[in-house]
Ligand binder design. Structure first.
Ligand code: FAD
Length: 500
């Protein structure tokens, strides 16, 4: 039997933007600049995938299998040339000034080639989203400048986000569970700053990041009231990287343990004056869970594209597989799953623009105004002063506070729905692809067994799919996001009290 032919496969990913995203293309008639941005980033992501990811993904995979501390330097350098680490950073802070939505379109394209390499870029974006949601624009400016100057030299200043603890994963992802979480880490207030002690585990990019956004309570007995984000440099005394996991998939993006032993950070390392649990964290997760939806779609698509090429090039009983009706039905199901998944994360992305974190960036006029100004003006001290002023920070916080509860709930519900639907459909397509391939799919060079391992991780991080169902229930079913009026009509006997 002939082996899988990667040359033929590349030809499968050339659908136009409007074929892939008809809703966005239709809306784009009213938002021509957004449409141009989406089309451009899709083109660039497609080029990066073809020129770097497809030829190197399996080679990186094998290098990490041999040594889990292997760093995919080639991927980092190549992604830097495209500016993918700074795509979402405002132009006034030296970045590409594109929206979160544009970034997640790129993440699907790159993820269809390799979820590990796409994750290496995406978790860095999660850290940026967390910093921006704190409203601490001075800190955002600082990390952005470090990042973009490094990126121009091919060595971007990478970020990680550290929330998970050895005995608290799901429990730190939800404010109600956080109250009873078994936490081991704390930032104790001391003269001039904080002393950090404890451990974080499974932190993506933890062993290669230069700065870590570490989420810690200042009093672990009152985590909901006292949890904040802290910026910790890798070079800070008392900080070290522990075990780098030998994990099942997404090997290009390392997951590591972070250890804090009397690690002193100054007062300025704490990013926000308001605790994170509540609005800020809900806005971040509402946005980034849609991003994980894009990866679920990428898994569904990567599996579909490989199965399609296999079916077109391999014979069974003297006929090409694609000429067997049972194969056509499986391929039709796989195509439908890609379309459904993509529609779900695009909904989350638009919901985020209307009601979530992306709306706040637009409301501050950051990207629109900056697009009109030349870069030398944006780089000036005067613009930096305005952008990082107390007024700008308070304006951002006021914009967060002004959002109605139903708006935050709606963005969260769409994020969770996309996260669950897309990542589950990603797994379904891997399963279907293996049925089309048979034993050939078990070979490493088929690429299918890798997507299968990669896709499983998506159901676990950014809140497990079980937790996201609970979130969807809380915000989508039990609170206002359904639009159902659950108040009983006067005089109607009810068996259950409606829960708040
Ligand atoms: C590849 C990878 C990368 C990661 N990257 C990061 C990162 O960058 N930063 C970071 O902070 N963390 C990261 N994580 C950690 C991730 O967020 C946690 O794994 C996740 O939150 C689940 O926590 P846990 O693994 O401790 O599972 P547990 O919380 O121990 O849960 C075990 C099982 O019980 C279920 N469960 C738990 N509580 C409930 C409940 N109340 N109701 C119903 N079911 C429940 C869960 O759904 C799960 O199936 C990463 C994980 C992976 C796999």
């Amino acid at each position: 039997m002939k082996h899988f032919d990667p040359e033929a496969f590349t030809a499968q990913s050339e659908q136009s933007f409007s074929q892939m995203y008809p809703a966005l293309a239709a809306l784009g008639k009213h938002r021509p600049q957004a449409l141009k941005d989406y089309e451009r980033i899709l083109r660039e992501a497609r080029r990066f995938r073809r020129e770097y990811i497809e030829p190197h993904a399996l080679e990186v995979e094998r290098a990490v299998m041999r040594d889990p501390t292997y760093v995919a330097e080639g991927a980092i350098r190549a992604a830097s040339e495209y500016g993918f680490f700074s795509t979402m950073i405002p132009r006034a802070f030296g970045g590409g000034g594109l929206s979160f939505g544009a970034m997640i379109i790129a993440l699907e394209e790159l993820g269809a080639g390799c979820l590990g390499i796409s994750n290496l870029l995406g978790v860095h974006g999660l850290a940026l989203a967390t910093v921006s949601a704190t409203g601490d624009l001075a800190a955002m400016e600082k990390v952005s400048r470090l990042l973009t100057s490094g990126e121009r030299a091919g060595r971007p200043h990478l970020l990680s986000t550290a929330i998970t603890e050895p005995s608290a994963g799901t429990d730190v992802e939800d404010a109600d569970f956080l109250r009873v979480a078994r936490l081991v880490s704390e930032a104790t207030p001391v003269r001039g700053g904080y002393r950090l002690n404890g451990r974080k585990v499974f932190i993506s990019n933890g062993s290669i990041a230069h700065t870590h956004v570490v989420i810690l309570p200042t009093d672990k007995k009152k985590p909901v009231e006292t949890t904040f984000a802290f910026l910790v440099e890798t070079t800070t005394p008392g900080f070290r990287v522990g075990r780098v996991e030998r994990k099942m998939g997404q090997k290009a993006c390392p997951a590591a343990e972070l250890i804090f032993e009397d690690c002193f950070v100054p007062e300025s390392a704490r990013l926000n004056s308001k605790p994170l649990p509540g609005r800020a964290i809900e806005l971040v997760l509402g946005a980034t869970r849609g991003g994980v939806g894009a990866w679920g779609t990428a898994a569904a698509r990567g599996a579909f594209e490989r199965a399609l090429v296999h079916a077109k090039t391999q014979r069974l009983d003297g006929r090409f597989l694609i000429d067997h009706q049972w194969v056509q039905i499986k391929l039709a199901d796989m195509q439908r799953n890609v379309m459904l998944a993509r529609a779900s994360y695009v909904d989350a992305m638009l919901s985020n623009e209307l009601f979530g974190l992306s709306r706040l960036a637009a409301r501050n006029g950051m990207n629109e105004i900056q697009r009109l100004l030349p870069q030398r003006v944006l780089d000036s001290a005067a613009v930096k002063k305005v952008m990082t002023s107390r007024r700008a920070r308070e304006g951002f916080q006021a914009a967060i506070d002004e959002l109605a509860d139903w708006e935050v709930d709606t963005a969260s519900a769409h994020g969770s729905a996309a996260k669950v639907s897309c990542t589950d459909l990603g797994m379904v397509n891997c399963h279907l692809a293996l049925e089309v391939f048979g034993a050939a799919g078990l070979r490493h060079d088929s690429g299918i067994e890798k997507i299968y391992r990669d896709a499983k991780l998506l159901q676990i991080y950014e809140g497990t799919n079980q937790l996201n169902r609970i979130e969807l229930y809380k915000r989508g079913v039990n609170r206002g996001a359904t639009g159902l009026d659950l108040t009983p009509r006067p005089g109607t006997p009810v068996e259950h009290e409606v829960q708040p």
